[in-house]
Design a protein around this ligand. Structure first.
Ligand code: 0RA
Length: 656
């Protein structure tokens, strides 16, 4: 029976009313999807639900990219029914050569049949998405497909992915295109309520990334129908203008170019603002790659190189910068850029598609950016001057920071061993391999830690409140900060990634110990950012840890135990099984006495610690960047910014 599913499946017997199609593979594929919907689409929050729409829309975008469709419309109808209409070719309706039923039915019911059936999979216009409308179908209470093609209108309806009957011809038409209407299955999704703002943002992004594509969005759930249209003839160049609106551009024209080879299409838009920060957004086939990848690398290399070539030609500017050349960091300040590549076989570092890894993209990007940027500056000489001047300023500021660093590092005893900071309660042991440094939030917790520790090998450094956020701050400013100076002195290896001497490291375990609340999470994020940016070798070599203090003390008479998670708490409560059980929530380390702190968090025999992994921090920062994109794009600016500030998301990442 199983094998029959592939080739010439005999029509199954009438299990589903009158209709008999190729039900065997249909049911097998469907069951896989319905059994583990999370494998295909998340179902526990809004993201998965909205992905149902994006999945259908991806096909419309493919039709646009292949030059068949000009627009698509998404309607949110009453009861959260979604309707997606496009004017593409229409899903083929002829009998499928191997499955022996209309191709429409195959596309809608067979897993992974979304691939367009030609053998031109490597032609870029052959469709980049299409993982499968069949997944959407399987996860819908019902779905209706209507195809306008070859002069006729065809229709088929499905329930939970299973055809209700054969495809029918229901009329004539001169048009072409596909309409898909569906109701997400409430037995699968925890919510089936679509958020207008989420869809809106996604479609606006799609419109920016596909210049000339018209996208209509309508919400029919309210009395007054809400309608919006997105069309950007300038594509990502318009996106750059929008991103630059909130900042001050330092030159007139934003820069845009595109190019392609056999496999890859690339579009790049950039501008410089007077800000110190950099905003670069990279996309592969319309997917935002938070961690960049080969497209970004190629772009950066070429940008630095091209600007340096221009600098070389200008005697006056060359003098200004003192003969040195611009570094990658110098050309990043104030840069706003959007990079969008489209290729048929994108490879990512992970399932979450954060980083593009196709090596061939780097070369293309480098070549494309060098060539077009040079050309652009030749044709627009007025644009390059302010950009170069800005980069030179950055370079000089960085040089000043380097000098400050040198000064501070040279002064014996300030950042090196000589005199240790007064706040540090050092350990007596000197062998770094067994020494531990606890960085503790606040003096009161610091006090408990000092009393509770094993002073042989455990040192305590209490920090006052929130340390400086070093994310976009120059070294000279960083070195004015007392808390940070104390930290650097205690650790002993110097400061700034280039001038670090890891042999001088005084502790092989550096443990961040903060309260289990929002403030604690924020402080931890700030400390992590500092290590990641300025003492990176400590992170890369696995010397950095995060302490895990308990969240609860559960007590019943003389019996007591600690819980480190919510589940742990529930388990203990069950175990004690008494109505006299008392649950104490620890909000801060200060609520524990020294013995408790030792026993739960510091004792190497019992404690649980998380070793910090550079990827976690990279992801944490990337998330901030992704959120910035949302902030810049979205309409709910304030709440988002607040959310990000208050919820150091890292906790979630590290706790995985
Ligand atoms: C399979 C093959 C082809 C197009 C499509 C599916 C298609 C799917 C959807 C879903 C929504 N709109 C869509 N438009 C097209 C290729 C068609 C051909 O080769 O003629």
């Amino acid at each position: 029976m199983k094998k029959a599913s592939s080739e010439q499946a005999p029509p199954a017997k009438k299990q589903l009313g009158e209709y008999s199609g190729s039900k065997i593979q249909v049911l097998e594929g469907l069951q896989a999807v319905r059994k583990r919907p999370g494998m295909y689409i998340g179902t526990q929050d809004h993201t998965g639900l909205h992905k149902m729409v994006y999945e259908v829309v991806d096909n419309c975008v493919d039709e646009f990219m292949a030059d068949y469709a000009t627009h698509f419309t998404v309607k949110i109808l009453k009861d959260n029914v979604i309707e997606v209409i496009d004017d593409g070719r229409g899903i083929p309706v002829d009998i499928h050569p191997t499955k022996k039923v209309p191709t429409l039915e195959v596309v809608m019911t067979v897993l992974h049949a979304g691939g367009k059936f030609g053998d031109d999979a490597y032609e870029i216009t052959g469709g980049l998405h299409g993982v499968g409308v069949s997944v959407v179908n399987a996860l819908s209470e019902w779905l209706e497909a209507e195809v306008h093609r070859d002069g006729a209108i065809y229709q088929q309806r499905y329930k939970q992915g299973i055809p209700e009957g054969p495809m029918k011809k229901i009329g004539k038409t001169k048009l072409h295109g596909t309409t898909v209407r569906f109701k997400a299955d409430p037995t699968i999704f925890t919510t089936t309520e679509f958020k207008y703002s989420t869809l809106r943002q996604h479609f606006e992004e799609i419109a920016f990334l596909n210049k000339g594509l018209k996208v209509y969005l309508e919400d029919h759930r309210t009395k007054e129908v809400k309608k919006e249209e997105f069309l950007f003839q300038g594509g990502i160049q318009e996106l750059i203008e929008k991103l630059a609106e909130k900042k001050q551009k330092i030159h007139k024209k934003s820069i845009y170019f595109e190019g392609r080879n056999e496999h890859v299409r690339a579009e790049i838009a950039l501008a410089y603002s007077d800000s110190q920060s950099e905003s670069i957004f990279t996309f592969t086939n319309g997917i935002n790659n938070n961690l960049g990848g080969t497209h970004l690398e190629g772009f950066r290399t070429a940008l630095t190189r091209t600007l340096n070539e221009y600098l070389k030609k200008d005697e006056a500017l060359k003098k200004k910068i003192g003969g040195v050349s611009l570094s990658g960091e110098d050309v990043r300040e104030g840069l706003i850029a959007v990079i969008s590549v489209k290729l048929p076989d994108p490879q990512f570092n992970s399932q979450t598609k954060e980083k593009l890894v196709n090596a061939e993209v780097k070369g293309l990007m480098q070549q494309l950016v060098s060539e077009h940027l040079t050309l652009f500056f030749e044709e627009n000489p007025a644009e390059i001057k302010p950009i170069l001047e800005k980069c030179i300023l950055s370079s000089r500021a960085r040089e000043a920071a380097r000098k400050a660093r040198e000064m501070v590092t040279k002064r014996k005893g300030v950042l090196e061993g000589g005199g240790l900071p007064g706040k540090l309660a050092d350990c007596s042991e000197k062998d770094p391999a067994i020494c531990e440094l606890f960085i503790v939030e606040g003096d009161s917790a610091g006090g408990s830690a000092k009393q509770g520790r094993n002073r042989n090998f455990q040192a305590i450094l209490p920090l006052k409140g929130k340390i400086l956020n070093v994310f976009r701050v120059r070294d000279d400013k960083i070195l004015e900060n007392e808390e940070i100076k104390t930290l650097i002195t205690a650790i002993g290896i110097g400061f700034g990634n280039e001038s670090i001497d890891l042999d001088k490291l005084r502790y092989h375990k550096i443990i961040i110990m903060t309260d289990a609340d929002v403030d604690g999470a924020h402080i931890r994020t700030l400390i992590l950012t500092f290590f990641y940016k300025k003492l990176r070798p400590i992170v890369d070599n696995g010397y950095l840890y995060i302490a895990q203090p308990p969240l609860y003390l559960i007590r019943n008479g003389k019996q007591f135990d600690y819980a480190y998670t919510e589940e742990g708490k529930d388990k203990l409560v069950k175990k004690f099984n008494s109505d006299k059980t008392v649950i104490q929530r620890y909000k801060g380390l200060g609520e524990m006495n020294p013995e408790q702190l030792w026993e739960t968090t510091m004792d190497p025999e019992k404690r649980v610690m998380l070793q910090v992994n550079p990827i976690d921090i990279e992801r944490m920062q990337a998330e901030k960047i992704e959120n910035t994109f949302k902030i810049l794009m979205g309409d709910e600016v304030e709440p988002r910014r607040k959310f990000i500030e208050e919820n150091a998301k890292l906790v979630a990442n590290l706790d995985l």
